[in-house]
Every structure is written in structure tokens, then in C-alpha cells.
Design a protein around this ligand. Structure first.
Ligand code: G6P
Length: 484
């Protein structure tokens, strides 16, 4: 598979992230088929135009087999399928990748920033952890070297997320001429929690990111937490060479509204309506919708328990409401995720057994990832339930009000980044408070239609204030000092 430009040509804009911008499958003849993925970064990078000299450096594509991609594409993917830019997938040893990604990034850093450790899931910093840490360093070094190789003199490099906290400093050493940005898509832990990490590791993570010219976050709250950690762990705090920025990513209204009105979405709406059914008195059933990766931070089980409590405490809603809960498996290499996935299923089944009737399934749980069906549920939503324990932003909270046909009420965790922008028109919940969440669901379901439509309009306006392309260009501009 040929790239549209020569391998020797250097890039002016580089993006680095664990997962690249495409998903793929390998055909029976060994040929590689790639499909452009979604998300803010992908739309953002396309916004700089197909002629821009850009490259995306990654270590994985979709959930597929990294080895097969390397064999089929030689590590370089055709620009045509990826929004116009080259994609370079790094040849990182499978064990190093697994230890860096599953071991450190997803089992340690994700848990620290989302404050997910609790008995019996405790931090373990033993010899095994140190081995994984060495892999995390090697993984970051591989990115730094590839970026140093691909970047033109003075190029802008945008490094993404907790997988790559060390890469900015490593790259700075190799290429002091570059403008380096780091962006955290997660929350940042407050100092008391961050300091669960061994001191040397905490220092390496912070100084790694401080190797960038700019470290940016989704909300002021996460940026402040990062600054607090720097002060507490490093003493002098943020060096004068590093600026801290905040860019809140919004929903892509144009894309979502168009996509939500395509025929496959209409088909899925019809199928969902069948599953929802009609109340015994002939009225339409209300819907509470949630769409998440099956992820501990998303707090799906407590969401289900809150719904159960609603049915228990407010029998008037029985037979009149259906909870559409879409929980798409994620990170299934990790036992704790597999167990959580099973628990979600078990709790949903229990609620259905306890309250269901021949004509009413209280929880409709779907676990097979299907974007068209998610959009169909968004369109049918009366209430959106978004109750994460902590979340960098949470785009579902922003997307449902944009897409819902009749306007929806939003029950939103105050610990989601989106709360800073949407809090005024949402029902705020403490994600641990099951009773409080049940009460919020009751109020949201009972909101008069007119008020709901008005609030939903305001939510949609706030949710789309910073579309992905602008979000990306603002970062680039802030890094280079040039309007893009
Ligand atoms: C979410 C988070 C990102 C993170 C990504 C990784 O989207 O918001 O911060 O990079 O998950 O997920 P993955 O499935 O690639 O581990």
C-alpha cells in the first residue's frame, strides 16, 4: 500500500496517540482495509486540509491484531482512508505494548486519574509494576524517536493522553526545535490521590509532560489539579517554558444531525420502538438512555441500581418507562473489565426478573457496539443518564441533546468535565449516591414537555459551542502562535 508522499518527506503537524484514527480488518488475501474512525482528533486533523503535511503516529488501530496490520501495511497506511494524513503505526514489541497499555496506562494511570482504586482493587507497586514501567518508558521512547524522525524543522507535535506522558520530554531532548503540545483527555487526579504513585514515578510523569511547550486539559478543574500536583510533587511547580491551556471539546453538531437522519438509524429506531413497547394504557413509554463503553469510571452498575430504586420507590413509573442501556465492551484483556461487563449484565437481568412483566422489559441492555443504534436511542431519548465517577469530558452528555427528536432532560454527574458547561440545565448527581440519582431520574422523567424542550435546546447550544475542528485548530494556534 503506497503512501501519497515519499517516506523521506517530513511533516509540519504531527499527532501521536496510542490508538490511531482508523479501524481496520485484514482480508482473507492478507490485504488491509481501513476505515476512518470518529472522534474529535480525527475531525480536527482533517480540518487542516488534505494538503497539510501531517502524520499520525500510533501504536494500535481499532481493536484488531497489530501484527496483521504491520504485515499488511508495513506500518504505513494510505492517506486516502484517514482524512488525508499519513498514519504510521509503530513496530512496538507485543509484550512492551501490552505492559505499557494494559499494565501501566489502563491499570494504573487510568485508575489514578479517575480515582477508581478501592478495596479489593488496590494499587500494587511491586517488581511486576517496575517491569511494566520499563515497558511504558520504552513505549514512550519509541514514540519520541518516531516523531523526531518524521518531524520537519520547527514542526508542531500534538501528543495525546496518559499513554504518552513521558514522550514530550523525551522528544524535547531529541529535537529541541519542535513545538510540543500534550493534551490530557482524562481528568487529572488531585495531589493527595496522585501521590499514591511511587515518588519517582510521580515525578517522571509530571516532568515528562512538562517537557512540552503547552500542556492542555479539557476543563479548568483538571488543569488546576495538574498544577497542584506539580507544586506538591516537584516543589517549584510549572517551569516558565511550559504553558497550561484549557480546551473543552464540544459535539460535532453538523456530523451528528446528518448521520442521525440516515436510513440505517431510522431502521434501528423502528426496532428499538418494538423493544420499548407501549404502556398498558396505550401511552408511549418514556425512555432513559445511556451509551457508554463498559468502563468502571462510567458507573453503569450504580446507574442501573438507581433505576431499580426508581421502580421500587415510584411504582407509578412501572410499565411506563424503559431504560435503554448500551454498554459496549472495552479493554477486555483486563480481568477487572471482564468482571465489570459481567456484573452489568447480571444487574440488568436481575432488574428485569424482578420487575418485568410479559409486555414490559424494564432494562433493554445492548452490548454490541453499533453507532447507528446509539444514534437511534439518542433520537428517542426522553432522559439521558450520564453518571460517571469521574470523566474528562463525556461527549454522550453533549451529543444526546443535539440529536434527540423531542428534546431530552439530562441527569449528569457533577464529576464529568461536561458538567462545567452543561450543569445549569442538567439534573446534577453525586455519582455514588444511588438514592439521589433515582430522585433525579424521577424529576427528569416528570419534567413538563415544554420545559424539557427549552432546556434541551440550551444544552445543545452549550454542547456545540466548540466543535472538534475549532478545538483542534485552537490548540495548534496556541502552540505555534500562528492562526490556522
Ligand atoms: C477514552 C478516553 C481517552 C482514552 C481512550 C482510550 O476515550 O476519553 O482519554 O484515550 O478512552 O480508550 P482505549 O479503548 O483505546 O483504551
Amino acid at each position: 500500500m503506497a503512501s501519497t508522499r515519499g517516506a523521506a518527506e517530513k511533516a509540519q503537524v504531527l499527532v501521536a496517540s496510542n490508538r490511531g484514527p482508523v479501524s481496520h480488518h485484514v482480508g482473507e488475501d492478507g490485504s488491509l482495509h481501513v476505515r476512518r474512525g470518529g472522534g474529535g482528533l480525527v475531525s480536527g486533523l482533517s480540518a487542516i486540509g488534505p494538503d497539510a503535511d501531517s502524520v499520525w503516529v500510533c501504536a494500535a488501530l481499532g481493536d484488531g491484531d497489530r501484527e496483521a496490520v504491520r504485515r499488511a501495511a508495513g506500518g504505513l497506511l494510505p492517506a486516502a482512508d484517514t482524512g488525508g494524513q499519513r498514519v504510521r503505526m509503530l513496530d512496538i514489541d507485543a509484550t512492551v505494548h501490552a505492559e505499557a497499555y494494559n499494565g501501566i496506562a489502563n491499570s494504573v494511570l487510568w485508575f489514578v486519574h479517575h480515582m477508581l482504586y478501592q478495596t479489593p482493587l488496590e494499587p500494587v507497586f511491586d517488581a511486576g509494576f517496575r517491569r511494566q514501567w520499563a515497558s511504558y518508558e520504552a513505549y514512550n521512547q519509541a514514540f519520541a524517536e518516531a516523531l523526531a524522525q518524521e518531524a520537519a524543522e520547527g514542526a508542531a507535535v500534538l501528543i495525546q493522553d496518559y499513554h504518552l506522558a513521558l514522550a514530550p520530554r523525551m522528544l524535547r531532548r531529541l529535537r529541541p526545535d519542535l513545538r510540543i503540545g500534550h493534551f490530557s483527555h482524562t481528568p487529572w487526579a488531585p495531589p493527595d490521590y496522585f501521590r499514591l504513585l511511587p515518588d519517582d514515578i510521580a515525578t517522571e510523569l509530571l516532568t515528562g509532560i512538562l517537557g512540552a511547550d503547552r500542556a492542555a486539559f479539557l476543563t479548568q478543574r483538571w488543569a488546576d489539579a495538574f498544577k497542584d500536583c506539580c507544586h506538591r510533587v516537584l516543589g517549584p511547580g510549572i517551569p516558565s517554558g511550559t504553558r497550561i491551556g484549557v480546551h473543552g471539546l464540544g459535539a460535532d453538531a453538523d456530523f451528528l444531525r446528518k448521520r442521525a437522519h440516515e436510513p440505517d438509524v431510522a431502521e434501528r429506531m423502528a426496532a428499538l420502538r418494538e423493544e420499548i413497547g407501549t404502556a398498558p394504557d396505550g401511552t408511549a413509554r418514556r425512555t432513559i438512555v445511556r451509551v457508554d463503553r463498559t468502563e468502571l469510571s462510567k458507573n453503569i452498575v450504580r446507574g442501573l441500581l438507581a433505576y431499580e430504586q426508581l421502580l421500587e420507590d415510584r411504582p407509578e413509573w412501572r410499565e411506563k418507562v424503559v431504560h435503554l442501556a448500551f454498554a459496549y465492551p472495552s479493554r477486555q484483556d483486563l480481568a477487572v473489565y471482564r468482571e465489570y461487563t459481567a456484573e452489568v449484565q447480571r444487574v440488568a437481568d436481575e432488574i428485569n426478573e424482578r420487575y418485568g412483566t410479559p409486555g414490559w422489559t424494564p432494562v433493554v441492555l445492548h452490548v454490541k457496539d453499533d453507532f447507528a443504534r446509539s444514534l437511534a436511542a439518542y433520537r428517542l431519548a426522553d432522559v439521558a443518564l450520564v453518571n460517571p465517577i469521574r470523566d474528562g469530558m463525556n461527549l454522550v452528555a453533549k451529543e444526546v441533546p443535539v440529536v434527540s427528536d423531542e428534546g431530552c432532560a439530562l441527569v449528569l454527574s457533577r464529576e464529568a468535565g461536561a458538567y462545567e458547561e452543561l450543569g445549569e440545565d442538567a439534573y446534577a448527581v453525586n455519582p455514588y449516591d444511588i438514592g439521589g440519582t433515582a430522585r433525579a431520574l424521577h424529576e427528569a422523567l416528570g419534567m413538563p414537555a415544554e420545559e424539557r424542550a427549552e432546556r434541551s435546546k440550551r444544552l445543545a447550544a452549550a454542547a456545540t459551542a466548540l466543535p472538534p475542528a475549532r478545538w483542534f485548530l485552537d490548540q495548534l494556534e496556541a502552540l505555534t502562535g500562528q492562526p490556522s
